[in-house]
Design a protein around this ligand. Structure first.
Ligand code: ZN
Length: 244
């Protein structure tokens, strides 16, 4: 049983009660943006900061339980996905020790092995759909970029823990979209779950949301306008989502 391996050395008081009606439906993945576990624990247990997560996974793969699953940890902040807002209420938050995307540090294999074990355990325990295992950047695309471009979504998908999908490349993949196609792409972002997308907005309005999509599924296009491949990819992802 995985829970026997959880380390209980540190506890965070930064939580409150979930409302009685809410069911745990999502798992949100974060990185700590700290060099090590100690700095992460300090932050997640600080009374002043008022942030926490249910679990922290160290670089060596150890899993720390800071807040019980039944409680509402404060990890998501202002967030939305599909028609839901404030996802702390319906989610489990997992912080993964990592210095952050800008530092270009890859996630060690042993750490990802624990991420996968913990996700399998939680997915099974709460009957969570793989399409509801999301990045903090998915649910707060205008504020957050974690767990960043180095997070191995593809590896999770191999274990049925994410809806990441590869796509066959075509010649015109990097062609620009027409204005109509751009609107179609924004509409797809909204259907997928990016609640704040302004379907009739401009690329500059939707840039951060478009970046969040690409950061998760096709990082090559971060900070670039969506291309034809973005449309083919999001259509594929939405279909996968529907089939599950
Ligand atoms: Zn986060």
């Amino acid at each position: 049983m995985l829970e026997k391996k959880f380390v209980h050395t540190f506890k965070s008081k930064n939580f409150d009660n979930r409302s009685k009606k809410s069911k745990i439906k999502y798992i949100i993945l974060h990185y700590t943006e700290t060099k090590n576990l100690n700095d992460a624990i300090k932050l997640l247990c600080s009374k002043k900061r008022k942030v926490s997560a249910h679990y922290v996974i160290d670089l060596d793969g150890k899993i720390y339980l800071l807040v019980e699953d039944t409680k509402r940890a404060w990890h998501a902040g202002l967030s939305s996905w599909k028609n839901e807002k404030y996802l702390n209420e319906t989610s489990i938050g997992i912080e993964i020790v990592n210095e952050g995307e800008q530092k270009k540090k890859k996630y060690p294999k042993i750490q990802i092995k624990s991420v996968i074990l913990l996700l399998k355990y939680l997915k099974n325990k709460f009957q969570i759909k793989k399409t509801n295992i999301l990045a903090h950047s998915d649910i707060a695309p205008t504020r957050k970029i974690d767990p960043g471009v180095f997070f191995p979504w593809e590896e999770l998908a191999k274990n049925s823990l994410s809806n990441f999908s590869k796509i066959k490349r075509e010649k015109n993949d990097f062609d620009m979209l027409t204005p109509e196609e751009l609107v179609f792409f924004f509409n797809c972002l909204k259907i997928l779950g990016f609640h704040e997308t302004e379907v009739n907005g401009s690329f500059s309005k939707n840039k951060l949301i478009s970046n969040a999509f690409h950061r998760h599924y096709f990082p090559q296009l971060i900070n670039k306008k969506p291309r034809r491949i973005s449309v083919r990819l999001i259509k594929k992802i939405i279909n996968l989502t529907k089939n599950i």
